[in-house]
Design a protein around this ligand. Structure first.
Ligand code: PRT
Ligand code: ZN
Length: 226
């Protein structure tokens, strides 16, 4: 199976916190999908749409490199990718078509309960474990605090107990994970939702037509849920 140039390409998270909501969104828009098989590419049966099912971290780059036309991803991953790509001289252009009503979370600093936290200055020179080094650096720069980042792509919440870091900067939704690990949320540094983004590349008229059909449907779905 390959991607057809004439069909609108949308990158979605294959499996994770955004995948069910993304599938429901497309279903709600009347897009008929056959996702039973564990394939990278899924073709819509009733519209000229192909889905590329990937890790969420790959979605912003696929859109910015023009490999796909649209993507759905958390703003946290999007913003982190923008900063990383800008710092390494890669194109980081895209446009937001719609902020979606799922995937809500916040990126926060947290410290162990016994840490005497008096504001970001308490983290001067400390080690902070995170999967979001650029968002973290932007916040700490804005606070004038120097720190050392410890890059972890998983198990960030156990880093303080394991002696790997003095604090963490991680995504929070209910706060249960922090609590279970004896951590206290101190600063919210970024608030995120899932967004539908589009490549900056010019789009064929036929693909634009499909987008013009999808957007009002998404709008309608979100209004109905409000
Ligand atoms: O495999 P892939 O790379 O695609 O997935 P992933 O494991 O990197 O991401 P995934 O599926 O965990 O999350 C995808 C996106 O969902 C994130 O980028 C956010 O935009 C959004 N999201 C919303 C969250 C959460 N809520 C969330 N709570 N992503 C992660 N978490 C994690 C958090 O990292 C922590 O471990 O959930 C835990 C905290 O949850 P609470 O409820 O205990 O506070
Ligand atoms: Zn990921």
């Amino acid at each position: 199976m390959t991607l057809d140039q004439n069909r609108l390409r949308i990158a979605l998270q294959k499996s994770g916190r955004l995948s069910t909501d993304c599938q429901q969104l497309l279903k709600g828009c009347g897009v008929k999908l056959n996702l039973r098989e564990q394939r990278l590419i899924a073709h819509a049966e009733n519209m000229p749409i192909d889905l590329l099912r990937v890790r969420d971290d790959d979605i912003p780059g696929l859109v910015m490199d023009g490999v796909v036309d649209l993507g759905i991803v958390g703003e946290n991953v999007l913003e982190e990718t923008v900063m990383e790509r800008q710092a390494t001289g890669q194109s980081a252009e895209y446009s937001v078509l719609k902020r979606l009503d799922f995937g809500g979370c916040r990126l926060s600093l947290a410290v162990a309960e016994e840490f005497d936290y008096q504001g970001p200055k308490s983290l001067e020179g400390k080690r902070i474990a995170t999967s979001y080094p650029w968002l973290l650096k932007r916040y700490m720069d804005s606070q004038g605090v120097k720190f050392k980042s410890v890059m972890l792509n998983g198990s960030v919440e156990v880093a303080p107990r394991a002696g790997l870091a003095d604090a963490i900067c991680d995504l929070v939704s209910t706060g249960a994970t922090l609590e279970a690990n004896g951590l206290v949320e101190t600063d919210v540094i970024y608030r995120s939702k899932a967004v539908l983004i589009q490549s900056a590349n010019p789009l064929a008229a036929s693909k634009q037509k499909v987008i013009d059909k999808l957007l009002p449907r998404i709008q309608g779905l979100q209004q109905a849920r409000e």
